[in-house]
Write a protein that binds this ligand. Structure first.
Ligand SMILES: NC(=O)c1ccc[n+]([C@@H]2O[C@H](COP(=O)([O-])OP(=O)(O)OC[C@H]3O[C@@H](n4cnc5c(N)ncnc54)[C@H](O)[C@@H]3O)[C@@H](O)[C@H]2O)c1
Length: 271
């Protein structure tokens, strides 16, 4: 599945992995990318990506991925100008890390992880990515229905592809009860979408990156990375966003890919 003449939506495109995926798609001749992020930096990032590519392909959209009206408006705007969206990488994500249960040394009372934080992480990391994918699939399905097309056949070529961003944390990681749950949740969503959306010729899979050199990981601090991440990473360094982006483009493009890909640099978590 070539990216030429294809239109993509990338959330979390203003930073880290999302930004790197946009750059990698540009090198593969994608027609246009809706670069979605709640940070105002997305405008500047789109401008830089366009300058690097020597053409205008990245169109910035600033907003919250959990906002349904915003989501529909992004798809409306990008498809009106460039055509139906057929590549979706919903990469926007957050961490709200803390131990699941923490006992106060002074009072002896247990404080359990706040449910409102858990819900926030579920909204951003699980529900939003699934709905950005469903928005794309719904539009592909509508377009097919309008043409009188029913069940997709392989001769038609792929109609679309989604890659969710899981994490090595989906296998369990201390201090990440909410984050790990959402990343594991994406596995069930992707497997279900893969079974249902193939009716319309759309594939769905999950990439599980290891620790990648982005603001999300840099926020942990250099000392934390040196002590708690690098010793358990066989590669001995953080993964570069471009390496994850390359793997994501492979997964989007190769029609035989479904399921999950671990791009973890040999991460073996301590117990
Ligand atoms: N960096 C890693 O080591 C790593 C490892 C595994 C998985 N991931 C996943 O990769 C994805 C990208 O992470 P990253 O490392 O590039 O992080 P990042 O913090 O560099 O980028 C995430 C972007 O998402 C945006 N965002 C967050 N919530 C949003 C919302 N509600 N609406 C719109 N935009 C929102 C942020 O503004 C930010 O620009 C995330 O889903 C993350 O969980 C990262």
């Amino acid at each position: 599945m070539e990216f030429l003449n294809r239109v993509a939506v990338i959330t979390g495109g203003g930073s880290g992995i999302g930004r790197a995926v946009a750059a990698a798609m540009a090198r593969r001749d994608v027609t246009a990318v809706a670069l979605v992020d709640m940070s105002e930096a997305v405008e500047d990032v789109a401008e830089k990506l366009n300058t690097e590519a020597g053409r205008v392909f990245a169109i910035p959209f600033q907003g919250d991925t959990t906002d349904e009206k915003f989501r529909a408006s992004v798809f409306d705007a990008i498809s009106r100008k460039y055509g139906t969206v057929s590549l979706c990488v919903p990469a926007a994500g957050i961490t709200r890390d803390d131990l699941a249960v923490r006992v106060d040394k002074n009072t002896g009372k247990a404080r359990i992880y706040p449910v409102e934080l858990f819900k926030q992480v579920v909204d951003v990391n699980l529900i939003a990515p699934v709905y950005w994918a469903l928005e794309m699939i719904g539009r592909v399905a509508e377009e097919r229905a309008a043409k009188g097309l029913k069940r997709w056949t392989p001769e038609e070529g792929m109609q679309g592809s989604v890659v969710f961003i899981g994490s090595i944390s989906s296998q369990g990681n201390r201090g990440q009860i909410s984050y790990a749950s959402t990343k594991a949740g994406l596995e069930g969503a992707a497997a279900t979408i893969m079974k249902e959306a193939m009716y319309y010729g759309v594939r769905c899979s999950v990439i599980h990156p290891g620790f990648t050199d982005t603001p999300m990981v840099r926020a942990m601090g250099a000392d934390y990375v040196a002590k708690n991440i690098l010793p358990f990473t066989q590669l001995g360094r953080l993964i570069q966003p471009a390496e994850i982006a390359d793997a994501i483009c492979f997964m989007l493009a190769n029609s035989a890919v479904s399921g999950e890909l671990w791009v973890d640099a040999g991460w073996h978590a301590p117990a």
